[in-house]
Structures are given as C-alpha cells and as structure tokens.
Design a protein around this ligand. Structure first.
Ligand code: G3P
Length: 217
C-alpha cells in the first residue's frame, strides 16, 4: 500500500519523505488554508520535494470552471493530480482532464456507486472518506472493501486512495482490504511506530543496560 501524506506543511512532508515514507501528497482547501500560504506557491514547493503524485483541489463547482482551474494546477508540475469533487460536474471535469493526460483524484466519495462512476469517468484515484463515515456511525472500512470488490470484478484501474484516515487501525485495515493508497496526517503515520509492549520492553532493556554497565561506544 502506498502512503500519501495528507498535509500542506512542508516540514512534515520533508521529515517523512527523507525516511522513504512518502509516495505522494494530498491537499485540500482546508489544509491549504491551514498552511496560510498561496495554493500555487505551496503546491509548487511540495512538487519539488516529492516525486509521486501531489493532489491539488479545484475550488469551482461548475465543470468548465473546474477544467480551467485543473489545467492551471496541472501546469505547476508533471506530478500534479487535480482533485475534483464527486459531483456530476466533477465527473465531467474528471473525464476531460483525464483525456488530456492529467491525473485526476475524485474526492468526497461516500458510496460504492459514486466510486463506480468515478472509475467509468477514468479517474486515476478515488478518495473514499473513511473517518467522516465513521463520524455518522457508518463503517468507512466497509466502503473501502466494497469498492475493492467492485473494481476487481471489472478490472478498473482507478486506484483506491483511502482518505479521512484518523487512526493507525484505519491504516492496517486498509492495507488488509487492499486499498492501493492511504492518505493520512503525518501524526497518524508516525504513530504506526508505537506499541505499548515496545515501550515496556525498552524500559526493561534500559534497566539491565544500566545494571550491567553495558557499553558499545
Ligand atoms: O484527504 C481528505 C482528508 O483530508 C479529510 O480528512 O479528517 O478532514 O475527514 P478529515
């Protein structure tokens, strides 16, 4: 499973990228606003750091405006994936931009039917939002499994990009189901290294190191 980091914070992207943990980046208007930077400028900087796909989201609601915005975003760098919302207009924009050779990430997906339409429109990525489904007492992971089954049934090449990931459990479950990509905040990716038994085991080893005076350097 590829890891995308869901942020527009340069420091966080650099730290994970240096460790080989970043296969791509996703941003959205909320994350751009949080960065306090101009969308074009910050996206350009991210694309200069990361070689994998960098999602940049359109702001328009009408297809022709989304297409114009998408064309501008696509000029930033060859690794841009234009992010469009899963609306009828978004699907139209997806088809046009895809036909022009631009990667498209269709976002705000909350149902298997929406994911089916995005695949038919040629999306490079479909972004089902796990956490926001969990928020309304539905199971976001069930949606990932349903889309996996549907895409596999028909050989769709659209990649399942599990989004709105809130926990380390979401990460391992997505990997078990077979999501192609998971995008998560840097904090979630870093938390995957944590385990209470690792901490406990280390405490025991440290006590013995001190007791026995073990030195290597
Ligand atoms: O990539 C979409 C993601 O950023 C949404 O996450 O936590 O705002 O639902 P969240």
């Amino acid at each position: 499973m590829k890891f995308f980091v869901d942020t527009a914070e340069i420091d966080q992207i650099k730290e994970l990228n240096d460790l080989g943990m970043v296969d791509g980046v996703t941003t959205n208007p909320t994350l751009i606003a949080k960065s306090g930077r101009d969308i074009i400028e910050v996206t350009k900087e991210i694309c200069s750091i990361v070689s994998g796909p960098v999602s940049a989201e359109v702001t328009a609601l009408k297809a022709d405006e989304m297409i114009a915005e998408g064309r501008k975003l696509a000029k930033i760098a060859p690794n841009i994936a234009v992010k469009v919302p899963l609306t009828w207009d978004g699907l139209k924009a997806c088809k046009t931009l895809t036909d022009e050779g631009t990667m498209v990430n269709v976002t705000l997906c909350f149902s298997a039917n929406q994911a089916l339409l995005a695949a038919k429109a040629g999306a490079t990525f479909i972004s089902p939002f796990i956490g926001r489904l969990d928020d309304i007492n539905l199971d976001g992971l069930d949606l990932i499994a349903d889309i996996r089954q549907i895409y596999d049934n028909y050989g769709f090449e659209t990649q399942i990009l599990a989004a709105s990931i809130r926990s380390v459990n979401h990460m391992s479950e997505c990997a078990k189901i077979g999501a192609d990509v998971a995008t998560a905040p840097a904090s979630v990716i870093k938390s995957m290294a944590n385990h209470v038994l690792t901490d406990k085991g280390l405490q025991g080893f440290l006590a013995d190191i001190q007791k026995a005076g073990i030195k290597i350097l």
